[in-house]
Design a protein around this ligand. Structure first.
Ligand SMILES: *Cc1c(COP(=O)(O)O)cnc(C)c1O
Length: 426
C-alpha cells in the first residue's frame, strides 16, 4: 500500500521547487510553513529532486561500466550523504574531515576516492590505513609521501594521477582548474615519465588517471577534449605495462542558475562516452553541483527596506555572505524570489545581507514585487556550495537544514546556538 502511495504521490506532485497556488513549495510542502516552524535563515532540500538528478546521471551512463562518487564538498550534511549512498553513489572526499563524514554516513572505504591539492601526511595515512578505493595524487612529491607511508605499513596504495590537461573549462576563473597556470595536477606531458619513475615503487600502484577541469561547466567541448586526452594517455600507459584500470573524469557539470538552457545529463554522457567506449577502462565520475544545487533553497526574511540617496532601494535580508558565499566569491547569480504570491508594483532593488561588508550583496538590480519587512524570500539553487561554505563571521549562528522527503520534512541539522559556538573557547 505504502509503496503505491509513494508512486502515486511522485506522479501527482512535482519534484523539487514549484509554485502551488502561487506560493513556492518543495515537493508539495509549503515553504512558508517550514519557515514558520524553523525560522530563517534556513536551508531546505528536496530528497525527490536529489534522487531524480542523481538517477539522471546514472541512467545516462548506464550503458558503460562506471561508478559515480558524489563530491561531498558540494554538500556533506550526513542525511544528504546517506541519501546519495542509498541511491548507489560512492563518495569523493576532499579532506580527512570529508572521509570521516563519508564513513559516518555509511560509505565503506572502497567506495571513497580521496582528492585534494594539499593532502597532509596525517590525511594520507588515514586514507592508506582505511584502504580507500584510490588516492588521486596531485604531484610527484605526494606520490613519494604515499609510497613512504604505505611502505611503512607494508601495504600498497592505489593511486590515480591527477592530470592537468591545460584545457580552459570556460567557466569562472575562480572555478577553472585545468589550465597549466592552475595549481592542480601534474602537466599532461610529464605523466609517462612519472609512471616510469614509480613503476617499481613498492608502496604505490598507479591504477588510474584523474582530471577535473573546473566547476559550473556549461560548454561540454572542454570536457570532451579532456576525456579524449586522458583516455588516449591511459591507453598508451596500459600498452606500456602500467596497470591503468580506470579514468576518473571528475565533476564539473554545471546547472542553470538563471534559467538559460544547459546541457542535460544525457548530453554530458554523449560528450564523454565516445572517448572511453571500447577502451576497457572503467569510468569514474565525481559530480557535486549538478546533483544537489537545484535541489536546495535558502529561505530568508526581509529585515529592512531602505531607499538610499541616488535612488537605490536596498532590501536587507537575514541571510548574507555567512549563509551563501557564491555571489561574493564568484560573482555568482542566484534567482531570488518571493515565497508567497504577493501582488505589489514591481521595483528594482538590491538584495543584501546584514553583514558589515559592502560585498555582502546577494543580487543587484533585481525586479521584484516591492518587498516589505517580514516577507519571506527564497534564494534558489543553493543546494551546492551553500551550507558547506557558511561561516560564523559577525558571530552569526549557522542556520538549520531541512530535508523534505515523501511529503514530510525533518530537520537534518539543527540551528547552531551561541553555546555551540562558544563551547570551543576558554
Ligand atoms: C569540486 C570537485 C568536484 C565536484 O565538482 P562539481 O563542479 O561540484 O561537480 C569533483 N572532483 C574534484 C576533484 C573536485 O575538486
Amino acid at each position: 500500500m505504502r509503496r503505491w502511495d509513494k508512486i502515486i504521490r511522485l506522479i501527482v506532485t512535482e519534484t523539487g521547487f514549484s509554485r502551488k497556488g502561487g506560493a513556492l513549495a518543495c515537493d508539495g510542502v509549503a515553504l512558508r510553513a517550514v519557515a514558520a516552524a524553523e525560522n530563517t535563515p534556513l536551508y531546505v532540500y528536496s530528497a525527490a529532486a536529489i534522487s531524480a538528478r542523481y538517477r539522471a546521471i546514472a541512467d545516462a551512463f548506464a550503458s558503460y561500466p562506471h561508478s559515480i562518487h558524489y563530491a561531498l564538498k558540494a554538500n556533506s550534511t550526513l542525511a544528504i550523504a546517506r541519501l546519495l549512498r542509498s541511491l548507489g553513489a560512492g563518495a569523493d572526499a576532499n579532506s580527512g574531515g570529508e572521509i570521516d563524514v563519508a564513513l559516518r554516513a555509511g560509505f565503506i572505504p572502497t567506495e571513497i576516492v580521496f582528492t585534494g591539492v594539499g593532502k597532509t601526511s596525517a590525511e594520507l595515512a588515514q586514507a592508506i590505513d582505511l584502504g580507500v578505493m584510490t588516492i588521486n595524487a596531485e604531484s610527484t612529491g605526494e606520490i613519494e609521501r604515499i609510497d613512504a607511508l604505505a611502505r611503512a605499513r607494508e601495504t600498497r596504495a592505489r593511486v590515480a594521477l591527477r592530470v592537468n590537461p591545460d584545457i580552459d573549462a570556460r567557466s569562472h576563473p575562480h572555478i577553472s582548474t585545468g589550465l597549466k597556470t592552475n595549481k592542480f595536477g601534474v602537466p599532461i606531458g610529464a605523466v609517462v615519465e612519472i609512471c616510469r619513475q614509480f613503476a617499481a615503487a613498492p608502496g604505490v600502484e598507479i591504477v588510474g588517471l584523474h582530471i577535473h577541469v573546473g566547476s559550473q561547466i556549461t560548454d561540454l567541448e572542454p570536457l570532451r577534449q579532456a576525456s579524449e586526452a586522458i583516455v588516449t594517455l591511459a591507453r598508451q600507459l596500459r600498452d606500456a605495462g602500467v596497470p591503468i584500470d580506470h579514468v576518473d573524469l571528475g565533476g564539473g557539470l554545471g546547472i542553470s542558475y538563471d534559467g538559460t538552457p544547459v546541457p542535460s545529463a544525457r548530453d554530458y554522457a554523449d560528450a564523454l562516452l565516445p572517448a572511453v567506449r571500447g577502451s576497457g577502462l572503467k569510468l569514474v565520475l565525481e559530480p557535486g553541483r549538478n546533483v544537489i544545487a537545484p535541489a536546495g533553497v535558502l529561505l530568508s526574511r526581509v529585515i529592512d527596506v531602505k531607499e538610499q540617496p541616488g535612488g537605490r532601494l536596498f532590501v536587507i535580508l537575514d541571510a548574507g555572505m555567512t549563509e551563501l558565499m557564491r555571489p561574493m566569491l564568484y560573482s555568482a547569480y542566484h534567482r531570488i524570489e518571493h515565497v508567497d504570491a504577493v501582488e505589489r508594483p514591481e521595483t528594482v532593488c538590491d538584495i543584501v545581507g546584514p553583514l558589515c561588508e559592502s560585498s555582502d550583496t546577494l543580487g543587484t538590480d533585481r525586479p521584484l514585487a516591492r518587498p516589505e519587512v517580514g516577507d519571506l524570500m527564497a534564494v534558489r539553487d543553493t543546494g551546492a556550495y551553500g551550507a558547506v561554505m557558511a561561516s560564523n563571521y559577525n558571530r552569526r549562528l549557522m542556520p538549520a537544514e531541512v530535508l523534505v522527503d515523501d511529503g514530510r520534512w525533518s530537520v537534518i541539522r539543527r540551528r547552531q546556538t551561541i553555546d555551540d559556538l562558544l563551547a570551543l573557547e576558554t
